[in-house]
Design a protein. Structure first.
Length: 181
């Protein structure tokens, strides 16, 4: 499960933080897993993103101003976009194979924005484009049940918390439907 926080909404948007959590529908929920156990999380320097041609948009930055406490957390211990992409590639290569699915919330958000960072840097994307999956599509039609049965744990808009919640939502829907995506 991939989650990004950004200063924009389209391909090429500045990435300010990333988290990725491996999961399986057949294993117990990961709500007790801590960052660093088997997960990837890193805050990214917006300046380093701008230097390689990524962009921000005023509307998203204004939205982040209203989330100032969370934004302050995402501004700690920032690494360059180049270091993040290289580190994510290492994380992916250690834990995933050619059949691993990369889940993101929205077909044109997480996977697309991360892939554009790879392209701008001239790096090979480690996952197969045909293994990208959409959380939003899988959860469609189950919003009420999720709201009533799945508790958000953590800080909203912190990538680790959001990714973990998305996994919990998907496992809830799987438990109701037993349909593997």
């Amino acid at each position: 499960m991939l989650d990004l926080e950004t200063f924009g909404t389209g391909a090429g948007a500045v990435i300010i933080s990333i988290a990725a959590i491996p999961f399986s529908f057949r294993e117990s929920p990961l709500t007790k897993i801590e960052v660093g156990d088997i997960c990837f999380q890193m805050n990214v320097s917006p300046t380093s993103c701008l230097k390689i041609g990524m962009h921000s948009d005023d509307e998203t930055i204004e939205w982040w101003v209203s989330k100032a406490d969370t934004l302050r957390l995402l501004q700690k211990d920032q690494e360059s976009i180049r270091y993040m992409v290289a580190s994510f590639t290492g994380f992916w290569n250690e834990r995933c194979d050619e059949n691993t699915k990369l889940w993101g919330k929205g077909p044109s958000f997480d996977c697309t924005i991360l892939a554009s960072a790879y392209r701008l840097l001239g790096y090979n994307i480690p996952w197969k484009y045909y293994n990208e999956r959409c959380v939003r599509t899988y959860l469609d039609g189950h919003e009420r049940s999720i709201k009533e049965n799945v508790e958000f744990v953590g800080v909203p808009h912190m990538p680790f918390s959001d990714a973990n919640y998305q996994i919990s939502c998907m496992k809830h829907v799987y438990g109701q439907t037993h349909i593997l995506p």
